[in-house]
Every structure is written in C-alpha cells, then in structure tokens.
Design a protein around this ligand. Structure first.
Ligand SMILES: Nc1ncnc2c1ncn2[C@@H]1O[C@H](COP(=O)(O)OP(=O)(O)O)[C@@H](O)[C@H]1O
Ligand SMILES: [Mg+2]
Length: 260
C-alpha cells in the first residue's frame, strides 16, 4: 500500500479534482483505492457523490478509534465498471475545522494508526488536503509516501507551490515527488511555458522531470462535479479523463520506484 498526498496551499489549484480523478482512474485499472478527504469543505466527498460525515474528524480528533474509521469507509464506485478494482472514501465534514490548531504530530499519529489497519486492504491511498497551511496539511505531509502538487493555470498559478516545497522539507516524510499543471489551454504560449517550467521544478529518479503530463481545461470537469461523479467515470472519453490517464501512467512509475 502506498500513500499519495495531493497538496498546494493555493485554493482552486485542482487538488480535489486531481485526487478524485487519479483515485478513480487507478480503481478503473483494477486497483483497490482509498481516498481520504482532509478538507473541512468536504469537496472530495461530495464530488464522489457521497454525503459529508464525521469519519475523518472523529479519527483525527481521537474521539473515535481507528477501527471506527474503518467502519465508516464508504464505497464510491457508483455504476462504474471497475473490473475488480474498488474506490472507497473516508468522508470529511466541517468538524475538521476544529482540528486546525491541534498538534500535527498527534493528527499524524492517529492517521498512521488508521493506515496501519487498512494496510492489507488497499493498493493506493490518495489524500486530498485543504488549501491554507494548517495542522491538517502538515499532518498529511508527515504521513505520506509521495507528494504530488497540482498547479492550475491562471493568475498566481505558482503562488502555493513554493510553500508546499518548504512545508515538505520541514515536516514531510517525503519531498515533493512530482508537479503538474491543470486547466491547460494548449493554444496558449503562456500555458505551454508554465507546463515546461513546473515539470522542470521536480526531478524524477532519472534526473528528468518526475512528471511530464498536464491536464487540459474542459467543461467536462465542471459537469462531472455537478453530476457528483469522478471525471474518469463520468466522461471517460473527455480530454480530462485522457489526461488523467496519462498522468496515472506516470504516477504508477513513481509508485513502483518507491516500492523498490
Ligand atoms: N481540467 C479542468 N478543466 C476545467 N476546470 C477545472 C479543471 N480542473 C479543475 N477545474 C475547476 O477548477 C476549480 C477548482 O478545482 P478544485 O479541484 O476544487 O481545486 P482545489 O481542490 O485545489 O481547491 C473547480 O471549479 C473545478 O471545476
Ligand atoms: Mg479542494
């Protein structure tokens, strides 16, 4: 089991979209996937078609035992044909707000105790994080194997990027593993340059960019959100689904390297 955390301290950088799309694409490939929602806004939970709930807050506050969190996992496969794969979610709700001032080491300890319990049940755990620097973000970064940073094209695109790098260096169990640009308009020179720049910021094991892929801007993402279905399930033929599939090809290489 490998833990992949999506983080960027800038809001609207496509963390949630990317976490859910990567989770769904891995599940489509037959992997057992758990998505953990650590954002009090519970956008991943609702975008997966589920109701917000106390599972994450109860676990991290220590009010509930890690075993209770296992009981609170919800299946989010919907009607998708997963060929043996699974997509489960640990739901979030606003109660997570109360934890933003708790010591990250405590949050991380509780999260790791839960992850220990489900070690045999999942191939990959993806973690969605809130935008602003908080104990929740630090705890996630201190409990992960890989850190991926989505960067959305647009004003201040790079604003939160350096902060994640710094946070992972100070508190993380892993350095930033890869970064990729989303909401890309391929006919824009600016966007093509941004893709090159972001790719060049994080090297992979071979010295080249850890990730070369990017995700194009498309209305399908918004539609999938409104339908509350992950974009690879909602519109498998869309550019976003294709781009996330290419990203997952690259992420799988990083996961394998991490294993060896
Ligand atoms: N590839 C894309 N094309 C179009 N819109 C996108 C794309 N990726 C994300 N978005 C939109 O960007 C907004 C922010 O995305 P979200 O994943 O919620 O970011 P974050 O979790 O970082 O705050 C959402 O409204 C989403 O619909
Ligand atoms: Mg989000």
């Amino acid at each position: 089991m490998r833990i992949v955390t999506f983080s960027n301290l800038k809001g609207g950088s496509a963390k949630t979209t990317s976490t859910l799309a990567v989770a769904a694409e891995l599940a489509r490939r037959g992997r057992a996937v758990l998505a953990i929602d650590l954002d009090p806004q519970a956008t991943l939970t609702t975008s997966a078609g589920l109701d917000p709930g106390p599972a994450a807050a109860s676990l991290l506050s220590g009010e509930g035992a890690p075993e209770d969190a296992v009981d609170r996992l919800v299946d989010a496969s919907g009607d998708a044909e997963l060929g043996g794969g699974t997509l489960h979610v640990l739901p979030a709700d606003r109660r997570l707000l109360r934890l933003e001032r708790t010591a990250p080491v405590q949050l991380s300890r509780r999260l790791l105790a839960f992850l220990d319990l489900v070690e045999g049940d999942y191939d990959v755990v993806v973690v969605d994080t809130p935008p602003q620097a908080s104990a929740l973000v630090t705890a996630a970064l201190a409990s992960t194997d890989l850190v991926l940073v989505p960067v959305a094209s647009g004003r201040g695109a790079l604003d939160g990027f350096g902060d994640v790098v710094e946070l992972t260096e100070r508190f993380g169990t892993a350095p930033v593993t890869g970064a990729f640009v989303t909401r890309v308009n391929t006919s824009s020179l600016h966007d093509r340059e941004l893709v090159e720049y972001v790719a060049s910021q994080v090297s992979g094991p071979d010295g080249g960019p850890a990730l070369r892929s990017f995700v194009r801007e498309t209305v399908r993402v918004r539609e999938a959100e409104m339908a509350r279905v992950p974009v690879p399930f909602y519109a498998p033929g869309s550019t976003a689904a294709q781009d996330y599939a290419t990203l997952v090809d690259e992420v799988e290489v990083l996961l394998e390297r991490h294993d060896s």
